[in-house]
Design a protein around this ligand. Structure first.
Ligand SMILES: [Zn+2]
Length: 271
């Protein structure tokens, strides 16, 4: 058995043994997928199996981590070095999941636990993460979306407990809109809006997921090995135990990402 996929529809569950089946893609090896998160360890915990499956299927996989993890120290003598430690742990973890090309790991360097200062976009001050003279999550996300041009985007759900997760979700949503338009031309040419999927990391999905992945114990062990690379992150032990208890299964929630049209509500007011 390799990866097995299931799609929950209203009255039926459809099962597939290939990513093409579950995604509706003609050939996923022609696609680019972006896993976007605030912290280095989020994707391994919430979507490591989906990422591993994508890498094995030949997808051009990228990972974007918005923060530098500077607040993730569990002993006082790590305070000055934790960001570098976590960056190295991320590279090792990604290897376990099949992402071996470090140029596809994008560390944006925003301050961990302090993303609210970086909502939107503004001229960068000395020492702030910047691109084209500007800082802010929308500046960075639009530049990354136009550069990577993902067909599919995976990110934490908007309800996840950690505020950094909520902020990445919210800022990414408007960045998808900006990246597809003509605004801020110094950040690259407009790009298509990708298919969007939510991951659950700290808490349940706000609405039930509709896509499931199951795999072998060996493949699941690769995910556990990927999480174990984050030796510095002792505070996630409770999450890791939950992952172990759940076994070789992960979920996604497909997001019907579209822009507002008043036609959506016409039928509510018909006689
Ligand atoms: Zn996180």
């Amino acid at each position: 058995m390799t990866f097995q996929y299931a799609r929950k529809a209203t009255h039926k569950v459809y099962r597939y043994d290939r990513l093409e089946g579950i995604t509706g893609s003609d050939d996923v090896s022609n696609e680019t997928w972006l896993f976007a998160c605030p912290h280095d360890d989020d994707i391994a915990i919430g979507g490591g199996l989906w990422m591993k499956a994508a890498c094995e299927a030949g997808v051009d996989v990228h990972l974007l981590a918005a923060t530098d993890g500077r607040m993730g120290y569990c002993s006082l003598d790590e305070q000055g070095t934790i960001a570098q430690t976590r960056a190295a742990e991320l590279v090792e973890s990604c290897k376990r999941l099949g992402l071996t090309d470090e140029s596809k790991i994008h560390l944006l360097g925003f301050p961990d636990c302090n993303l609210s200062r970086y909502l939107g976009r503004r001229p960068a001050e000395q020492g702030e993460p910047e691109f084209a003279g500007y800082t802010g999550l929308q500046n960075a996300f639009v530049q990354q979306l136009r550069s990577i041009k993902p067909h599919r985007l995976f990110m934490p759900s908007p309800m996840d407990y950690h505020p950094d997760h909520q902020i990445v979700h919210n800022e990414m949503q408007i960045s998808l809109f900006h990246a597809a338009g003509e605004i801020w031309p110094e950040l690259g040419d407009p790009t298509e809006v990708p298919a969007v999927y939510e991951l659950a990391i700290y808490c349940d999905f706000p609405d039930p997921p509709n896509l499931q992945l199951k795999c072998t114990e060996d493949q699941f062990q690769a995910k556990l090995d990927a999480i174990a690379c984050y030796k510095s992150q002792k505070q996630i032990d409770m999450l890791v135990q939950k992952v172990k208890d759940a076994g070789p299964v992960e979920y996604l929630r497909e997001v019907n990402f579209k822009f507002y049209s008043a036609t959506a509500y016409l039928h509510l007011f018909e006689d």
